[in-house]
Design a protein around this ligand. Structure first.
Ligand code: NAD
Length: 490
């Protein structure tokens, strides 16, 4: 590659340098970005460190006062132009994301990139319509008024499984609240963040408001979260990395919002809509299982367990997977050879722990590469690692339960608490179980319905904090109470 500051991906030019103060900034060191589709080299991306992070944080800090002073109605039109720019480049973004992280092209085009634009638009609108609480305190004869003050420079660190959607989910509310942003994209899928920077330029986002520092987590990411001028850290990724970030944040007392991994239960009662539950269970293989919210522990009531298992065995071979650019495929490859090795270790460990492999368990022999077969385990010993740790691959376990109490106990027997999926036709039971499960989101007879006004996050090791609607502004703002005595003004 002659000029490594730009890569051509599926015919689309993508800049591979950082984006600081609305300018492209290079680095002497670069890292190699490969495509999981066929493991070809896509780009040589700038590998930032402390110097680039310092520069980006300084730019974001300098831009903060001006951006905050615009207020929600001044920022709103700019952010809506950014959403428009993302929408205009929808198909380019989709193609680049698919080549970079192996997600289905059709899903990227029709849903995920649109959601990226919507993340920006929704929070711009929300900030404009925010009516903070006001009330009187008697007998003190005082009036309280809540202010949502922008907090300052926000660090956004994202994983590779849905990089642009997850970046905009944090950047949208951070910017709408009046903060400025330094984004550190994932090193296994860094490219759409660079196109987002192009969109910001096109939309007229002022210099320093959005900055992108590319690089390796332990270098660029670590420097960013340790920076004393960062006022908020929004991190999406694994609990292991969250522990490191939490320790760095503690030194500066920087507030964090963590959206982490899961091992979510998928509970099917014997009165459930069987076909809907089975179809949704098979859908947990989507994105090759690289979905934080996936219900990977299938818990099915005894009366329908055999039928459910037969259904999985019958349908799984018909799941089409392979090249994510090919219409009709239902999922693509794992992200990286290192990740494949990790998934394979979990599968081999499950067999060693005494779990019974029903189907799958290896790379598809015809497809090769990073295309892992849909995999199912039954008869899993209760302490087996495969029930406890997030695999982040197309690997499900199936267990039977007798009654509601046992289903709840099994569902909650995990250190995670991201989501729970419940299938039953009994409304009272649905409510009891939804109330009892430890989870940030409990879906009943549905999956993955996301309303950006609803709280989102994880309990236990699945996260710290909630975002969505006002919850986002609670995090990205310094919430202040102004309290004055009534009748004391001239
Ligand atoms: P990861 O924790 O390895 O990396 C995430 C990001 O952190 C990357 O950008 C990486 O470069 C950076 N990073 C790594 N070390 C760092 C350090 N020391 N300091 C600062 N930054 C550092 O996670 P991953 O493998 O990219 O993503 C998969 C994980 O993300 C899974 O656990 C998945 O469940 C989780 N996830 C959660 C959600 C959610 O909304 N809860 C959404 C998507 C993914």
């Amino acid at each position: 590659m002659a000029d490594s500051s730009q890569a051509i991906v599926a015919g689309i030019a993508v800049k591979t340098d950082h984006f600081i103060n609305n300018q492209r900034v290079g680095s002497a060191r670069r890292f190699i970005d490969i495509s999981p589709i066929d493991q070809t080299v896509l780009a040589h991306v700038a590998a930032g460190g402390e110097a680039e992070v310092d520069q980006a944080v300084a730019a974001a800090k300098a831009a903060f006062a001006g951006w905050a002073a615009l207020g929600p109605h001044g920022r709103g039109p700019i952010l809506r132009r950014l959403a428009d720019a993302i929408e205009r480049r929808n198909d380019d973004l989709a193609l680049v994301e698919t080549h970079d992280n192996g997600s289905l092209l059709e899903a990227m085009r029709l849903r995920v990139m649109r959601r990226a634009a919507y993340n920006i638009r929704f929070f711009a609108d929300y900030a404009e319509n925010l009516r903070p609480a006001e009330w009187d305190t008697q007998p003190a004869n005082a009036h309280n008024r809540v202010c949502y003050d922008p907090a300052g420079v926000t660090a956004v660190i994202t994983p590779w499984n849905a990089p642009l959607m997850l970046a905009t989910w944090r950047i949208g509310p951070a910017l709408a609240a009046g903060n400025t942003v330094v984004l550190k994209p994932p090193e296994w899928a860094p490219l759409t963040a660079s196109l987002l920077a192009d969109c910001a330029l096109e939309a007229g986002v002022p210099p320093g408001v959005i900055n992108v520092v590319q690089g390796i987590g332990e270098e660029a990411g670590a420097a960013l979260v340790a920076h004393p001028d960062v006022e908020r850290i929004a991190f999406t990724g694994s609990p292991e990395t969250a522990r490191l970030i939490g320790a760095a944040a503690a030194k500066n007392l920087t507030p964090v919002s963590f959206e982490l991994g899961g091992k979510s239960p998928f509970i099917v009662f014997d009165d459930a809509d069987f076909e809907l539950a089975l179809k949704t269970a098979l859908g947990q293989y989507d994105n090759a299982g690289q979905v934080c919210l996936a219900g990977t522990r299938l818990l099915v009531q005894h009366g329908i367990y055999d039928r459910f298992l037969e259904g999985m065995i019958e349908r799984a071979p018909h799941i089409k997977y392979g090249d994510p650019r090919v219409a009709g495929n239902e999922f693509g490859p794992l992200i990286h050879p290192d990740h494949l090795a990790r998934v394979q270790r979990f599968v081999d460990g499950a067999v060693r722990d005494g779990a019974r492999l029903v189907y799958g368990g290896k790379v598809n022999p015809q497809l090769g590469g990073l295309y892992f077969e849909p995999t199912l385990f039954i008869d899993v010993p209760p302490r087996a690692e495969i029930l406890r740790k997030e695999v982040f691959g197309p690997v499900l376990t199936l267990q039977a339960f007798h009654d509601e109490d046992e289903a709840i106990a099994m569902a909650n027997d995990t250190e995670y608490g991201l989501a729970a999926v419940i299938f039953t036709r009994d409304e009272a039971r649905a409510n009891r179980v939804a109330n009892a499960v430890v989870a940030g989101t409990a879906w009943v007879n549905c999956f993955f319905v996301r309303d950006l006004a609803a709280p989102f996050g994880g309990a236990r090791h699945s996260g710290i904090g909630r975002e969505g609607g006002l919850w986002s502004f609670d995090f990205y703002c310094d919430v202040k109470n102004v309290c004055y005595r009534i009748g004391t003004f001239a």
